[in-house]
Design a protein around this ligand. Structure first.
Ligand code: PLP
Length: 456
């Protein structure tokens, strides 16, 4: 069993007010995504507390790609953090949420001309991914002639990521630095950025060690880098670490409907969360006997981070209503839900969301006598691969049509990254929960604007 770690507000709705949850699904449909924006603000505060212990100079940018919710973007803006936008649409949401434009940054590698122009016009911080992007950006800057130099970071490709398509190796980085010394009228060079796959802090520490020589080189060239931007990738704990270890050590092919244990998983029950990760990163040895925090402070550098998943930790759940429960061979059962694996997408990456869904009964009192079952969870399409959970989940009693399955903590990429209108099913509604002064729950739609396209 892999029960999710649950924020008290969510646990209160799911366990203490299942009737309210059933009503919400009746009103808004299934599947339903429920967002708690105040939890993002709390995640910001927790990271700030760690950063404050080490340095006064830091910037947090919410990686808005992690979830389409404008409510979460607004929560980030209200928490006075910046927003890392990867498209003009994410940028629009951040501007609508009232962000100070200079608090926008754009670290993604796929920026269009229109996006570049909008970033320049808003004095946003732009991470340049390649010499080619630099060429494009210079051309646009010269055309637009903005009234202030465009703020840029250079994205570094660490030695261990030699074959990655993201960032620049030493030669290209030095070429860009040389150009920046000649283009001070057009560009304000603010520092270096990287973002790495994986969730270890050690790879980030190594990348910073490598970057120290480029900070020195830039300053020797008369540039004034002030930002060290380490991207995102701070880990999230979805389930208890010990429970996860025990499950992980014991799982076998028989636990999966397709007889296959996936080759890789997100570390759902990793030993540390985002705050400890940041703490360990900042305390790690950098160069010349000083820690990363020591290096930042000595060099008077601002540490920038762009957490997506870890700021969205616990901020949303996805609720699926069960349509049918069907017996299969070998005593297994398949649960069909109204909703699809495109809204809980790990199986599409040949992996699995290793967090048990919570069963909420719509038939309180009438479940007695139902036998325990092991079931996998299938979506409502004709695709054999439309399976939300391949793992055979043990249920103490056989679920029934009308019951709900609640997948906790889906805000970090699972919820809406792949969602679509296959079979013409409308995309799931997203609603946002806030609380009035007396603690009463208030619900409002959180998906009003996203299909309006005002850039074409
Ligand atoms: C450049 C960059 N920064 C930040 C992030 C956010 O990463 P995470 O959600 O793991 O914190 C990503 C994710 O892909 C990224 O590409």
């Amino acid at each position: 069993m892999l029960p999710p770690l649950l924020d008290p507000a969510i646990s209160s709705l799911v366990f203490d007010s299942p009737g309210a949850l059933l009503k919400l699904v009746e009103q808004y449909g299934s599947s339903l995504n429920i967002v708690w924006p105040h939890i993002l603000r709390r995640n910001v505060e927790a990271l700030r507390a760690v950063l404050n212990r080490y340095t006064a100079r830091f910037e947090i940018f919410y990686g808005a790609k992690v979830n389409r919710s404008p409510g979460l973007v607004r929560a980030a803006v209200e928490a006075a953090v910046g927003v890392d936008v990867s498209s003009i649409y994410e940028m629009r949401d951040a501007l609508r949420a009232g962000i100070e434009p200079a608090m926008l940054c754009a670290t993604g590698p796929a920026k269009t001309r229109v996006f570049h122009a909008a970033l320049i016009a808003n004095a946003a911080l732009i991470a340049v991914d390649s010499v080619e992007e630099f060429n494009d950006l210079e051309m646009i800057v010269r055309e637009i002639e903005p009234d202030r130099p465009t703020r840029v970071l250079l994205r570094y490709r660490p030695a261990a990521s030699g074959t990655s398509r993201f960032g620049m190796g030493a030669d290209d980085l030095l070429t860009c630095l040389q150009r920046l010394t000649r283009l001070k009228e057009w560009f304000s060079f603010e520092g270096f950025h990287f973002h790495l796959g994986g969730y270890g802090h050690e790879s980030r520490v190594q990348a910073v060690r490598e970057l120290t020589r480029f900070f020195a080189a830039a300053r020797a060239m008369g540039l004034d880098p002030t930002i060290l931007d380490i991207g995102g990738g701070l880990p999230v704990q979805y389930v208890d670490g010990e429970v996860y270890e025990a499950f992980f050590g014991a799982q076998c092919s028989g636990d999966y409907r397709n007889g296959k244990v996936p080759e890789s998983f997100y570390p759902y029950g990793g030993p540390i969360g985002a705050c400890q990760w940041l703490d360990q990163f900042l305390a790690s040895p950098c160069v010349d006997g000083v820690s990363i925090a020591g290096y930042l402070n000595e060099m008077r550098l601002t540490l920038a981070i762009e957490p997506g998943r870890s700021l969205a930790d616990q901020t949303a759940v996805s609720v699926f209503r069960i349509t049918r429960v069907k017996s299969l061979a070998a005593d297994n059962v398949v649960i069909f839900v109204e909703g699809s694996s495109f809204s809980a997408c790990e199986t599409w990456f040949a992996s699995e969301f290793l967090v048990d869904p919570i069963l909420v009964s719509a038939h309180a009192g009438s479940e007695h006598g139902e036998p325990p079952v092991r079931a996998y969870i299938a979506g409502h399409s004709c695709l054999d691969e439309d399976v939300i959970t391949n793992r055979l989940i043990p249920f103490q009693r056989r679920p029934k049509a009308g019951d709900l399955l609640v997948y906790a903590n889906t805000a970090g990429y699972q919820m809406d990254m792949l969602e679509n209108e296959f079979h013409r099913h409308p995309v799931p509604r997203r609603i946002s929960v806030t609380y009035d002064a007396a603690g009463g729950m208030e619900v409002s739609p959180d998906d009003r604007m996203e299909y309006r396209n005002d850039f074409e």
